[in-house]
Ligand binder design. Sequence first.
Ligand SMILES: [Zn+2]
Ligand SMILES: [Zn+2]
Length: 902
Amino acid sequence: MKMKDKLPTKYSPKEVEEKWYRFWEKGNFFHSVPDPDKEPFTIVIPPPNVTGVLHMGHALNNILQDILIRWKRMQGYNSLWMPGTDHAGIATQNVVEKELMKKGLSRDKLGREKFIEEVWKWKNEYGSEILRQLRKLGCSCDWERERFTMDEGLSRAVREAFVRLYEKGLIYRGKYIINWCPRCITALSDDEVEHEDHEGHLWYIRYPFRDAPHLYVNIATTRPETMLGDVAVAVNPKDERYKEMIGEILILPVVGREIPIIADEAVDPRFGTGAVKVTPAHDPNDFEIGKRHNLEPILIMNEDGTIKGEAASYLGMDRYECREALVEELKEEKHIVKVVPHTHSVGHCYRCRTVIEPYLSDQWFVKMKPLAEEAIKAHKKVDITFYPERWSKVYLSWLENVRDWCISRQIWWGHRIPAWHCKNCEEVTISSQTPTECSKCGNNALIQDEDVLDTWFSSALWPFSTMGWPDETEELKYYYPTSTLVTDRGIIYFWVARMVMMGLELKNEVPFSHVYIHGTILDEIGRKMSKSLGNGIDPLLMIDQYGADAVRTSMIMLTTEGQDIKLHENRFEMGRNFINKVWNAARFAMMNLEGNKSTDTTIKEEDYLFEDVWIKNRLSLAIETCTASLEKYKFNEAIKTLYEFIWHEFCDWYLEIIKPRLYNSDNIRSKVIAQKVLTYVLDNILRLLHPFAPFLTEEIWQHLKQLAVKNRLILTDTMVSESLMICPWPKEDAAKINKKVVKTMMLLQDLIRAVRNIRRNMNILKKQKLKVLISVRDKEVKRELDEHHNFLTQMANLDGLEVGIDLKKPESSASEVVNEIQVFVPLRELIDVGVEKERQLERLNKIKSHLETVRKKLFNENFVKNAPERVVNTEKDKEAELLGQIIKIKGFLQDLNKNVPV
Ligand SMILES: [Zn+2]
Ligand SMILES: [Zn+2]
């Protein structure tokens, strides 16, 4: 691409981002094809919902993936980042239903087939929005391979997986308690139910003994109408109050049914009276109790929430109408002991707010135990490693306590279950292809199961279904198992564990070897970001405002090893400042690389000056630390290393030190060497920073490349690439580490900082040249400092420097101590000691009066007792800080003139 000659003064993200993203896509740099000569590095994206809009959680998740993908690509791996979306069953169905409602249409009016057509129309129009948004972040996904969980190939994989699991006896049909919305007439998954505290009642009802009708057991319930479906009363076996009664028979009031008292560990003796009614068809815990005790559930409600069953007088009533009437009847019969107000959590349908009814129905299940056992075995063999490690316990404990997975959903949008019921013999035919006849009786009166599969069923196959499974494609052979999965802790069970199980069952291999679990994005006071709180931050707005690279680097600076992140908009300034710093440094460097047409000079090791050797050493260390951090998924340490190196070593020191060499045309050789080192370091910085800030680095690097070509002498070997993103990742040169140089530089920096401190404390201007005396203890150190006389003079801006052994402190001079070395700056000729004394005294008084106000607060008992701890601590910190300042100023005053009364 043709570039302008110079970098513009200001970095403008918008132009740069669009330009380079187009360039990368055109150059096919994101596309990966199987190549037996290269090792693959593969990530499958956690497919966002087609209904999704990019939020901060997605942004973080995908920035992390892009960093890994770009870094590995530069390391020479064949990087593949497989993108795609999830059909998101119920969420998508809802969105489309809402759209239809606006047009006065409904799902039922349209019928299943027409409705599905509408969903596809919607999907084709809006379904890729979130993937378009990922491009704005700079994500280098292989877009040619984009997949969708409902596309042809993946649907085939879903049917095939279902059939294989069914044939192995790992899928079965059975009764199960599900969350049922009587208004929407559908089952809801657990995460589609919103829990909210309700101020309801607890009804205490007495159930008489069959053989002693004047005696009762009292039970407490929040949903009295469900007693119509009671099949037992349960108590805790350890509960002394009821021990003698276990096995006795009670008469269910109103209904007259005989029910036993049973003992079950699950009963909490502290709830109500310690005796609970057991309604297996309408409560998930009771369902489990019922299963353990072989009790036949009794369903007392229709799908729309109206009453059915034995109690004739309540038939057809709505569940709440029934509750009222039933309570009336119980009161009349003197079966109500008391009613007390009771607040408890109630589940609501997330789209219509109707109270959920736990409801027994026929569902399809995956038998999880055998699958979990394989996953546990794989975990023990360390086939999978979690980063941070603590998540592996969470994962494992879920596997060990896993329950069968209900995979059927009563909605229309999704993979329809490949099961056909025979009208003639009721046999179920399971097939990956639509069967023409019943597998048992041969009749062709077949009806496909109405239900669709849980969305997570297809996502569990994602790592191999996206590669063409069940066919043994070239892709599958080459990329599977994938390398790393990057995801949120919220879906360790839903997704990570199920992918592992399906991978082991259907592919005989774990789907990935590393799992990186990142933190959750919270608002600045630690709440989850949500639409209803309105505390979300829109990543696209942030990109628009700060630039994609600033958003990326800020987010990474904020992540510490999978910890949650408290985010506020102003945190992006941190990234933007860093991006601008790099931009300005690069601009400065490049302005000073130009205008040199000298011939190629070969440079030998010994030609490098002290600072050249030092910066190359520091670079080596930065490369080593950054690479090692990324290998351990410590993204934050990696970016911190780069930040420190670029800002505080390259910019603050190296660029400053070499200025005279760059500006001086008399010593061409020294200048050329500085230019070479500068180019070398800048090129490495850009490569290291590329995975974090791809746009900025590409923009600078392309300019640098052009410049390097123009001025032949500074060309480095990596500059032949078409794009920075395919340049090799820097390698550190361990042999080059020169400890002596690094140590000397540390001492010089400390001394220069000491002089700068004195300037600041004594109010001496930066441009004012100083005379400095440095007093050392031994000859060796003196020799070393003399050797770097020019360095010290330049960086501390001195016009006189004397280094001597055991020098005496001159009158009225400021001093600082570095190790055993003393730095003196005589002040008499520099400043008006009297005026400076006044100034310091004034400062001292201000600080003292500030201290007084702080102390007043801290001595006030009411404040200390009543103010939040955080506020009190801030005041305490202030006190300590002010005291420290006072001691310091007293020291300055002593330097200015001894015995100043303070
Ligand atoms: Zn509903
Ligand atoms: Zn049949």
